[in-house]
Design a protein around this ligand. Structure first.
Ligand code: ZN
Ligand code: ZN
Length: 173
């Protein structure tokens, strides 16, 4: 077997769930697809603390400002992404959008009209070293998981299986 001759920061060593760069606000809900997760990128489904995986999905009318879910079983609200507080630009550079995410639209399945979805989230993490080198004021080392570079989400209609690809797709660095 020939080894790649150049050093790579990305290691293929298996990582455990607890080590993954899951943003703090999603820790309680994120179910990692371990085969697709590394310290550089994570993919997984959202599960409510009540165990349910069907949600009403809402996003701001101004694309990319805010994405959230509401559990169909218990009504818990889960904030997935808010451009004012999540991601590298907001946390490290202090760049936040001026617009307020006031108007929100609920997603409806384009095929069957149903309004409940499963949500799969993927996040591209930042380099921990880069973050730790110069930690912004008011933050700690642990905040690096919140300073990610890309946030995305797909939805799947629980009734007909129709997929809403890239329902969320926000570059945050
Ligand atoms: Zn619930
Ligand atoms: Zn549907």
């Amino acid at each position: 077997m020939k080894l790649w001759p150049f050093g790579s920061k990305k290691s293929n060593a298996p990582v455990t769930c607890g080590e993954l760069p899951v943003p703090k606000c999603l820790k309680r809900y994120f179910v990692p697809e371990l085969g697709k997760c590394s310290m550089a990128e994570i993919t997984g489904d959202i599960r409510c603390t009540c165990g349910a995986m069907a949600f009403k999905a809402r996003r701001s009318e101004d694309v990319g400002l805010r994405f959230s879910l509401t559990c169909s079983s218990c009504g818990e609200d889960i904030l997935l992404f808010d451009a004012k507080q999540h991601g590298w630009d907001a946390l490290v550079c202090g760049i936040v959008p001026d617009d307020e995410a006031n108007d929100e639209t609920s997603e409806q399945c384009a095929k069957c009209g149903h309004e409940e979805f499963r949500a799969t989230v993927w996040i591209e993490a930042c380099e921990r070293e880069e973050f730790v080198e110069d930690i912004p004021e008011g933050l700690t080392e642990d905040d690096w998981v919140n300073a990610y570079g890309w946030f995305g989400a797909h939805l799947t209609c629980v009734q007909c299986g129709h997929r809403v690809r890239d329902w969320a797709d926000v570059e945050t660095a």
